[in-house]
Unconditional design. Structure first.
Lengths: 179, 301
């Protein structure tokens, strides 16, 4: 209910509502971005861009789910763009030795939280589609059906990605799989 | 050993506190982006309003001011008693004709229930030439050109060009416009002889001594303004030394539905102020030549 009120106020031009949304979701989105990118600097850039774009288009915003899900989806999309851009950059620099599976950039800034650091490393070993599904479902609170719709795949595919991804994460985080 | 549920809970709840620098930069940029988008949105909304306005009859209020230079002079003579020191109609007309040309500023402010409707406020630069006719450039408060209107006596035509709509409209002069546009003193005299004015006395305007006159519910204005108005009060200030207009102010109350659809049917008051007159200025003929871009289309009635 609070989010709906904040969106309503934001559409009326309220900076206070925008600040409240920012304060409310900044840490959550930053952790989501770090878990996908394993790089604090890139994650900060993504969160920055998400909020700026959100502020620019607030008047046209039409939420078909919750605000947290919407913002998380924005983070996932921008993070994906960033990874692809990094891939293209690396391919351009060293075409003879492409490393398609290594999407994450090396960490430029230290992740100060040990648990998040472990999660990010573990997430990095999953296929990106599984990472996205886990982030959207657990952090964006999106249903599998909504994720399937946003990714243009079947709900079974989403469920599989989630299950396989979570199993592997559990193994990695429990130290059952050695990287 | 973490269970699947614990893993889910862990992933769901993890947070990361941004650095103070990142927090401040992102928040500032976000607020700035919001502020800029609001400005753009405001301008776009007002542009849309003006598109609607240009399609309405509100710009036809321009016609009222076009003829004002010539006609207001007429009101003066046929009004109060004329003594030796008073300005007389013939003198004013003669002065205007001798001056040949003028450039002045006109502002229109529209209010409803005492509240100004800022999106309807406009500024115009008006050009008058005895030889070529009249022209007006109207802008809104964001300096967006709203229209350009040409009154061309030789073509017996009024041409309105609306850049916002990429449209134009050619309209044959009405009888009243023709009489004024024909520049015949006799015609103007005939037109204004039934008007009555009252004297307002004298006052100083921009260092010039001016004599004031007031008219109410002018029949000429009713004939010349193609919009129905409930009442009209106009005041004219004539330079005592030169017998040339220095300033005019007009207040029209309008409940014409073409205007009041902006206010939910409530009557509006239109205040028109013409000032900053420059008489006898050199005006190039090009100012009065409508160059309609080829991609503009005729405006529907």
């Amino acid at each position: 209910m609070e989010d709906k009120l904040l969106i309503w106020k934001l559409k009326k031009g309220s900076n206070e509502a925008l600040c409240r949304i920012y304060e409310k979701y900044e840490e959550h989105l930053l952790a989501s971005a770090i878990s996908l990118l394993y790089d604090v600097g890139s994650a900060e850039d993504v969160v920055h861009d998400v909020f700026v774009l959100f502020a620019q288009s607030a008047d046209k915003l039409k939420l078909d789910g919750n605000l947290k899900g919407y913002l998380t989806r924005c983070v996932v999309n921008l993070a994906r763009d960033k990874i692809r851009a990094a891939q293209r950059h690396r391919l351009g620099l060293n075409e003879a030795n492409p490393t398609g599976s290594d999407l994450q950039q090396p960490s430029l800034a230290v992740i100060r939280d040990e648990e998040l650091d472990r999660l990010s490393r573990a997430m990095g070993s999953l296929p990106y589609a599984q990472q996205e599904t886990i982030v959207l479902h657990l952090r964006g609170e999106m249903t599998f059906k909504a994720i399937a719709k946003s990714q243009g795949v079947s709900i079974n595919t989403v469920c599989s990605r989630y299950r396989y991804g979570l199993d592997k994460l559990r193994s990695l985080l429990n130290g059952e799989v050695i990287e | 050993m973490r269970t699947a549920e614990n893993i889910e809970k862990f992933i769901r709840n993890i947070r990361y506190k941004a650095s103070a620098e990142m927090h401040k930069r992102t928040l500032n940029d976000t607020l700035e982006a919001h502020s800029k988008s609001r400005k753009v949105e405001w301008a776009a909304a007002h542009s849309n309003i003006w598109r609607t306005i240009m399609k309405s009859k509100i710009t036809k209020l321009s016609s009222a001011a076009l003829i004002i230079i010539a006609v207001m002079a007429g009101m003066i003579h046929f009004g109060g008693s004329i003594d030796g020191s008073s300005i007389v109609f013939a003198e004013v007309l003669k002065s205007i004709q001798e001056a040949n040309s003028a450039v002045w500023h006109e502002q229109r402010v529209i209010t409803c229930n005492g509240e100004e409707l800022p999106f309807l406020k406009s500024d115009a630069v008006r050009y008058y030439s005895l030889k070529y006719g009249g022209m007006e450039d109207m802008y809104n408060m964001e300096d967006v050109q709203l229209h350009r209107v040409y009154w061309l006596p030789e073509k017996d035509m009024r041409i309105e060009v609306v850049p916002l709509l990429k449209q134009y409209k050619r309209t044959e002069f009405t009888e009243a416009e023709r009489a004024i546009g024909g520049r015949s003193i006799e015609a103007i005299v005939e037109l204004v002889k039934s008007e009555r004015s009252t004297k307002l006395g004298r006052k100083t305007i921009n260092g010039r001594e001016a004599e004031g006159f007031k008219i109410q519910n002018s029949k000429i204005a009713a004939a010349l303004v193609p919009i129905k108005f409930d009442s009209l009060i106009a005041r004219f200030w004539i330079d005592v030394e030169t017998s040339l207009p220095l300033r005019y102010e007009a207040e029209l109350v309008i409940s014409d539905r073409h205007i009041t659809f902006f206010t939910g049917g409530k009557a509006v008051e239109v205040k028109v102020i013409g000032d900053e007159f420059q008489w006898n200025v050199k005006l190039e003929s090009g100012i009065f030549e409508p160059n309609i871009p080829p991609d503009y289309t005729p405006m529907e009635n």
